[in-house]
Ligand binder design. Structure first.
Ligand SMILES: [Zn+2]
Ligand SMILES: [Zn+2]
Length: 683
């Protein structure tokens, strides 16, 4: 380690240092370093790059100040200052400053001796090496109580355990009480009828501002019941302060991880974007998810496949020929044969995270299929420019499901890494065939979400821009997709027309009648006959006719009315032309009302982030089959939500030029992980 900090003043100066060498000295890559430095500089314009280099050197090797001083050529006093400054800023990054002291009023106060206690105060000390050979300086940092040199911070937590105030740094020898006094906590922040709870270290003439307890390890023998109670409360809250402070100590590690999260999100998204697959054909996609989950650390038995997660009686719109082709392609591309066997020809998977501690079960749903549209060839289209365009003709992740899966993977990783702090279980549902709303019903009917207490799902883009989160989108349309197949018999159109049974006439007749179904008086309804095909030759009575259509309704009642109408008309038309009728439901979705407490949960999480904005409600106005899973959870008394993660789009969904803003992936990651932490926090 011999890079001289003195010579390094600007980002330019490090540009000629070899990246590996830089990282070996400062722990971060040059890119990470630049991002971190600019962030700190944003927070404090006087911040110097030098100060960060010192800090990084320090946390990497923990040298003594004397060593650090000789390595860097800086005086001990300067090193001290630099270190303290960075610690403070890092602290700020992690505890999401600014704290709002008034927030304590939202917590439930403790009533003691007729006064309200909203806040609990205590200090925590950050260990530093012996600062310098000069005795005077050393004294400032030495805490006889802890027996080491350090920098002190004081925190207030509310009675729920959230930090509502933190002091700046103080020399380690500063007495706890003094920090409360000089930082004006006591005299300026507290209401007249309010006291803070603290330990005996706060005994002084300011006694009236504190309720004192015996302290960490000591309860006076003559303590009253009340004092014993206060002591218990203080101890509980103190552990919160200690934990948070522990976080700060490993702060840089966390920061490092945060940079990594974004990098990883982009890597996953782009890998998935390259290999889009249509509904029920997502074998390679599942294999990719499977392999990544194993890399994260999930075991084979945590990943459920095939008929464990798909009830084949409810499979909609699955084209066997396409499925066979997809299987062949997957085998050709080296997909794990054992996994394919377990899938039994059906795509989709569920990852089960089990904390091992009793708690609620949360189901999350991410859809995995692509759209049957060709990805645009223009050079300025980012997937082309950056080399991750679709490898298949007429297949394009033009609905952002590559992003959905990516968020799912990142949540799976977060769960795995935070197992110790969590209780309960999480089922991450990777659902096939959302396009055409086909995949949710068979997953729901497999019973896989029946034990879920909570359900969350979302879509990227659609009705919101980057940074916006629509927590309660409304007007999900119920829909049912049908194929009607009419079978008649062929005959010579000139010689024996009377022997033919005309399937074309049956199909046409049905189509025109369907389009004449009256509107429903109770709300919005839709019908579209999208495809009609029939006949083989001019001089042959058409023996086969087919209709592909969809109906929609504002609610289940109206959709049911539409379904009954088209089914009746198809039957009637078949009968009147003496045809055999085959009816197949190709897809379906229902409407959804988000549960209030889930809307609150997501809003709370989003509003904590200043870069995000809560949009309370907007009209969704489309169909989405996550609603089937959501409704299933609600029917079993669980709570469900479907929300929209805004994203700036290059073009509308399902278009060849569709592309979304990748920073929305991080938004998704934040929302899901923070919601899960609120639901499953072990406390
Ligand atoms: Zn779509
Ligand atoms: Zn979609």
């Amino acid at each position: 380690m011999s890079i001289c900090h003195k010579g390094l003043k600007t980002i330019e100066d490090i540009s000629h240092i070899c990246d590996e060498y830089f990282q070996s000295s400062y722990w971060l890559s040059k890119k990470e370093f630049s991002e971190f430095y600019l962030k700190l500089k944003d927070m404090d314009p006087t911040f110097k790059m030098n100060e960060l280099l010192i800090y990084l050197n320090y946390v990497k090797k923990y040298p003594t100040f004397r060593q650090l001083s000789s390595m860097t050529g800086h005086s001990s006093a300067l090193l001290q200052r630099a270190l303290k400054k960075v610690v403070e800023l890092v602290c700020e990054i992690y505890e999401q400053e600014p704290y709002n002291f008034n927030d304590r009023l939202n917590a439930k106060p403790i009533l003691l001796k007729g006064k309200l206690v909203y806040a609990i105060v205590d200090t925590s000390i950050y260990k530093i090496e012996r600062p310098s050979p000069s005795h005077e300086l050393e004294k400032l940092y030495y805490s006889p109580e802890h027996g080491f040199h350090g920098i002190k911070f004081e925190f207030c937590v509310d009675t729920d355990g959230s930090i509502v105030w933190a002091s700046g740094y103080y020399d380690g020898a500063t007495q706890d009480l003094k920090i409360s006094q000089i930082s004006d906590l006591v005299k300026q922040k507290l209401e007249p009828n309010e006291r803070v709870l603290a330990n005996l270290g706060y005994v002084s003439k300011d006694f009236e501002y504190f309720f004192l307890t015996g302290g960490k390890d000591f309860i006076p023998p003559d303590a009253t019941n009340e004092e014993v109670y206060m002591d218990k409360v203080l101890k509980e809250k103190r552990s919160i302060i200690e934990n948070l402070f522990g976080h700060q100590k490993s702060g840089l590690g966390i920061l490092k991880q945060k940079f990594r999260v974004m990098e990883e999100l982009i890597k996953w998204r782009r890998s998935l974007h390259c290999k889009p697959e249509l509904g029920w054909c997502e074998f390679e996609t599942c294999n990719y998810l499977y392999q990544e989950l194993k890399k994260i650390g999930y075991a084979k038995q945590d990943i459920l496949l095939g008929k464990k997660v798909i009830n084949v009686d409810y499979v909609r719109g699955r084209n066997k020929i396409l499925v066979e082709k997809a299987l062949e392609k997957a085998r050709g591309n080296g997909v794990d044969e054992e996994m394919l066997k377990e899938m039994e020809g059906y795509t989709g998977m569920v990852v089960v995270f089990d904390s091992g501690v009793v708690g609620p079960t949360v189901a999350l749903r991410f859809d995995i299929d692509c759209v049957g549209v060709h990805e645009c060839e223009l050079q300025e289209h980012i997937p082309n420019k950056e080399g991750f365009r679709s490898n298949a003709t007429n297949c394009h992740h033009a609905c952002g499901h590559d992003g959905h899966m990516t968020i799912g993977l990142s949540v799976a990783k977060w769960l795995f890494e935070n197992k110790q702090s969590l209780c309960g279980r999480v089922k991450i549902v990777f659902q096939p065939a959302e396009e055409g709303v086909r995949g949710a019903r068979p997953m729901a009917e497999s019973g896989i979400v029946d034990d879920a207490n909570y359900f969350l799902s979302s879509h990227l883009g659609f009705i919101a821009k980057s940074g916006e989160v629509v927590v309660n989108p409304t007007n999900f349309l119920c829909t049912t997709k049908y194929d009607f197949r009419f079978y008649g018999s062929a005959s010579h159109a000139g010689a024996e027309p009377h022997l033919g049974k005309n399937a074309l006439a049956g199909a046409c007749n049905a189509a025109t009648q369907m389009l004449a179904i009256p509107r429903h008086g109770n709300g919005m309804s839709r019908i579209n006959v999208g495809v009609i095909s029939a006949g083989t030759n001019r001089n042959v009575t058409p023996a086969y006719g087919e209709l592909q259509l969809e109906v929609r309704g504002e609610n289940e009642e109206i959709n049911k009315f539409m379904c009954e109408s088209v089914e009746r008309i198809a039957k009637g038309s078949a009968m009147s032309h003496d045809l055999r009728l085959e009816t197949e439901i190709m897809g379906e979705a229902v409407d959804l009302t988000n549960d209030k407490e889930m809307i609150q949960l997501v809003s709370d999480v989003v509003s904590k982030h200043s870069e995000l904005k809560v949009i309370e409600t907007r009209i969704f106005g489309g169909s989405e089959d996550a609603t089937i899973l959501a409704r299933r959870v609600q029917k079993n008394n669980g709570k469900a939500i479907y929300f929209v993660i805004g994203s700036d789009l290059k073009a509308g969904h399902h278009q060849g030029t569709f592309d979304f803003d990748e920073t929305s992936l991080l938004t998704g990651n934040k929302i899901y992980t923070e919601c899960l932490f609120k639901l499953l926090n072990k406390k």
